[in-house]
Design a protein around this ligand. Structure first.
Ligand SMILES: C[S@@+](CC[C@H](N)C(=O)[O-])C[C@H]1O[C@@H](n2cnc3c(N)ncnc32)[C@H](O)[C@@H]1O
Length: 216
């Protein structure tokens, strides 16, 4: 079982009301697009989801996928994901994105929503190496994450020499948390996947960015 870091404690505590982020009116149009786009991309594929959280995207992708395994390193959100409608056939697994166990198997598609922004710059390669050990050549990979619009809610509080940025976030119980949250540019994302994939396709939505590519 993965050991828990500061961010994992934050997501464990936030799990019961995490889905509030999907109720923000300004995100409505992007979410409607993603709810139809993602199932179309993953239709008929065997999908590995990384950091699935409460399963918000799992519930929309799973009905279109041939099979789906959804993973997260934290038990609390994963338990909520298991209770979603439409996920009866999904295999859920507690797994660290940096050290995905061999037992997960091999996939021809992968998805990670709002995860890459939490990966330290110096660990991106480690994460992608872990993910790609489970992907067949040609596997379709989709990453989505917050654009800088999110900074209006949580401005950057700290920055380090690697280029990582942190936000200070208060939970409903009043506790403050220092959360790593990065906002990679399109060029940074394309350079990041260069050794792992081909045919990158990047899109800026109003509140999110979307990167799709094929495993090399
Ligand atoms: C911003 S949430 C994203 C949840 C979901 N993918 C979504 O888009 O709604 C980030 C998730 O990363 C998970 N997480 C944190 N560290 C992790 C790790 N090392 N491996 C896998 N998941 C991790 C947290 O538990 C949390 O559920």
């Amino acid at each position: 079982m993965p050991s828990r870091d500061e961010m994992q404690s934050y997501y464990a505590a936030r799990a019961p009301y995490y889905d509030d982020v999907y109720d923000k009116p300004e995100r409505r149009e992007d979410i409607a697009f993603l709810k139809s786009h993602l199932p179309a991309v993953f239709a008929g594929r065997k999908v590995l989801e990384i950091a699935c959280g409460t399963g918000y995207w799992t519930q929309h992708i799973a009905p279109a996928a041939a099979a789906m395994t959804a993973t997260d390193a934290v038990a609390q959100p994963l338990d909520l994901a298991r209770g979603r409608p439409g996920v009866g056939a999904v295999r859920f697994a507690l797994a660290d994105a940096y050290d995905l166990p061999e037992s997960l198997g091999t996939f021809d598609a992968a998805f990670a929503g709002l995860w890459l922004s939490h990966v330290p710059v110096e660990r991106r390669n480690e994460f992608l190496s872990s993910l790609h050990r489970h992907l067949a050549p040609g596997a379709k990979v989709v990453l989505i994450d917050n654009s800088e619009v999110q900074l209006k809610d949580f401005p950057i509080a700290e920055r380090d020499a690697h280029g990582n940025t942190w936000q200070m976030r208060r939970l409903k119980d009043g506790t403050m948390h220092r959360v790593l949250k990065n906002f990679p540019s399109r060029a940074e994302l394309e350079a990041m996947i260069a050794g792992f994939g081909v045919r990158p396709a990047y899109q800026d939505l109003q509140n999110f960015w979307l990167l799709e590519y094929e495993a090399a």
